[in-house]
Design a protein around this ligand. Sequence first.
Ligand code: PGA
Length: 251
Amino acid sequence: MRKNIVAGNWKMNTTLQEGVKLAEEVNEALKNVTPKCDVVICVPFTHLATINGVIDSAKLGLGAENCADHLSGAYTGEVSAPMVASTGATYVILGHSERRQYYGETSETLKTKVRLALDNKLTPIFCIGEVLEQRENGTHFDVVKAQIEEALFDLSAEDFGKLILAYEPVWAIGTGKTATDDQAEEMHAFIRGVIADKFGTEVADNTSILYGGSCKPSNAAALFAKPNVDGGLIGGASLDAASFMGIVNAF
Ligand code: PGA
């Protein structure tokens, strides 16, 4: 079933102590409310197990920001999907533009990561999105379609149905420049069409597609009001419990 979801992406921020405090604050804020969306925080690997111990998993989901493209073995410094799952986390962000841009992640690598995540019962939050130049030269739809095709079209419809997608125009990430709600809706409707063509309308209708890129309490309600925008992947604004909750409450 298609769900509304607000997921935080803490990126490389907070020490363990700061992160635990932030998670506790979000957990506390959720205690006496029933938000109209699922709420998830995706946090650094080092924080996962500890944070899992301080949050109510019935109210607040927990995820990693990445996982390795191998199951185990001699890959110094990497963290595998089974390791992430063993902390109690149930989500993993994959294909974030910062991973693609700074760490050379390709659709081929991402295909493997998605498989490993699913095999370990992690829900991938799979990111797609164009850079500014592609938006300006009008290739943004082709780019986003190719990102989906290359990494996800080998999946069965059943497995595709386990994914969450996040459309994050790279020019809007951390720049303060949000896509307009109409730009987001236009792309989200296009993405849903791409899914429908490959996997059928039922799978497409049930897929949650989140928007990410300078989403904040002041613009979240307008974005979330769009029929094809099912929530947000929140970077900067997820580092403060009050602003993150402001976005959660935008539904
Ligand atoms: P931002 O980041 O909200 O800080 O723009 C979003 C993301 O990169 O997931």
